[in-house]
Ligand binder design. Structure first.
Ligand SMILES: Nc1ncnc2c1ncn2[C@@H]1O[C@H](COP(=O)(O)OP(=O)(O)OP(=O)(O)O)[C@@H](O)[C@H]1O
Ligand code: SF4
Ligand SMILES: [Mg+2]
Length: 368
């Protein structure tokens, strides 16, 4: 199991200004005239708005409330970080949006996820497939999840272009080559015809990024894309994602268990614990003025925020079993500030300042 907050932290830059981009791509006809679509077109709505998402797994050993009432929004061109320990529901959140939850045992119990006027949780499978292949892309932690070991990289890169853009094979190959060069594959003209196993781990990750970006998506979801890589390659891949985001102007959801990584990359951050968001704020506020005790503990466990030679702080205990009832705040057994009051009710995510929400009862009561 991964531990909280392990990894390096960059010096915190001021959060990048949000880039508002005009929407030009097409949209499914069945949604063409909906009020939501109209609002999206005129920039009245965020690119993505998730409301009250609940995804449970119904297993023989119980019902696991993996995601339990998550809501957030993402503006065009914005980078949103989602952090939290292993099992906090980060991947299940984004897999729910992408229609990747195995059913059974998974089930989306409630919620909506409106992407540019289209509810991803309610739209027909064919419409979701077409959005997923072109307008939303995903990079997984393990490149082999996306790469087919039996197909040449060239064939895998051009496939989405042939399906979604209906361009000629020669034009698709030109685009694929340009994309491989853009993600830093040397000698791309020769290597494009190689099989995935002929690339090193870091290079495979670059190929996967090229695959995710080749359709010029409006939203890239990167689920711990660097965890399996060594530190130097990690830094290169993060830099590459940032550079490609700048070039393509896309929004990014960046998932990590490492709060340090989000500091140099994200405009805003959501902190997840036991299937819920416990704090959300712009990156600078979250780092310099965290409110929730869990966020503060995560921050203390970033090595570079500690004095030299100090023992690395780790959060004691383990996250709760989300198949069992939880009385009050789920962080109670591990929280240094916990009192009996914390078990009395379920904390909601409430604003502490404009754009800054948190879910600690004692902060809400003005005690912390
Ligand atoms: N296929 C499944 N069957 C049963 N429960 C599942 C399944 N997939 C996920 N879960 C439950 O959902 C919880 C959240 O899982 P998720 O993969 O979203 O965690 P995560 O935050 O992405 O963790 P990590 O950092 O390890 O990737 C798990 O702890 C588990 O209880
Ligand atoms: S509600 Fe209590 S247990 Fe939960 S984070 Fe706040 S102080 Fe800690
Ligand atoms: Mg995960």
């Amino acid at each position: 199991m991964k531990t909280a907050g392990m990894g390096k932290a960059g010096k915190l830059p001021p959060p990048a200004p949000l880039r508002k981009l005009p929407r030009t791509a097409g949209f499914p006809l069945h949604n063409a005239c909906s009020p939501a679509r109209f609002a999206a077109l005129f920039g009245l709505m965020p690119l993505l708005k998730v409301t009250d998402l609940r995804t449970y797994f119904h297993t023989r050993t119980g019902v696991y409330r993996a995601v339990d009432g998550v809501g957030f929004h993402l503006e065009r061109g914005e980078t949103l970080g989602i952090v939290g320990e292993s099992g906090s529901g980060k991947s299940v959140t984004v897999h729910s949006l992408m229609g990747l939850i195995p059913r059974p045992p998974g089930r989306i119990e409630s919620g909506s996820a409106v992407f540019d006027g289209v509810d991803l949780l309610a739209c027909p499978p064919a419409a979701l497939r077409s959005i997923r292949g072109k307008r939303i892309s995903m990079i997984f932690q393990d490149p082999m999840t996306s790469l087919n070991p039996y197909l040449r990289v060239s064939d895998q890169l051009i496939e989405p272009l042939l399906i979604h853009e209906k361009i000629s094979k020669a034009a698709a190959l030109d685009r694929a080559l340009a994309m491989l060069e853009a993600v830093g594959i040397h000698d791309a003209a020769r290597r494009i015809h190689s099989y995935p196993h002929e690339f090193s781990g870091g290079m495979r990750q670059r190929v996967m990024i090229a695959m995710a970006l080749i359709t010029r998506p409006e939203l890239l979801i990167a689920d711990e894309p660097t965890t399996a890589l060594d530190v130097t390659v990690q830094a290169q891949i993060l830099e590459l994602i940032k550079k490609m985001q700048g070039e393509l102007g896309m929004a990014v959801i960046f998932i990590t268990h490492d709060l340090g990584v989000v500091s140099g990359l994200c405009d805003r951050v959501l902190v997840m614990y036991a299937g819920r968001i416990v704090e959300s704020a712009d990156t600078r506020t979250l780092f310099y003025h965290p409110k929730h005790p869990y966020t503060r503990a995560l921050q203390r466990s970033i090595p570079s925020t500690q004095p030299k030679g100090a023992e690395l702080f780790t959060i004691p205990g383990l996250p709760p079993d989300v198949s069992k009832p939880i009385a009050g705040c789920a962080f109670t057994p591990r929280c240094v500030y916990a009192t009996e009051f914390c078990k009395t009710r379920d904390p909601g995510l409430l604003p502490v300042a404009s754009g800054h929400d948190q879910a600690c009862l004692r902060v809400q009561a003005g005690e912390l």
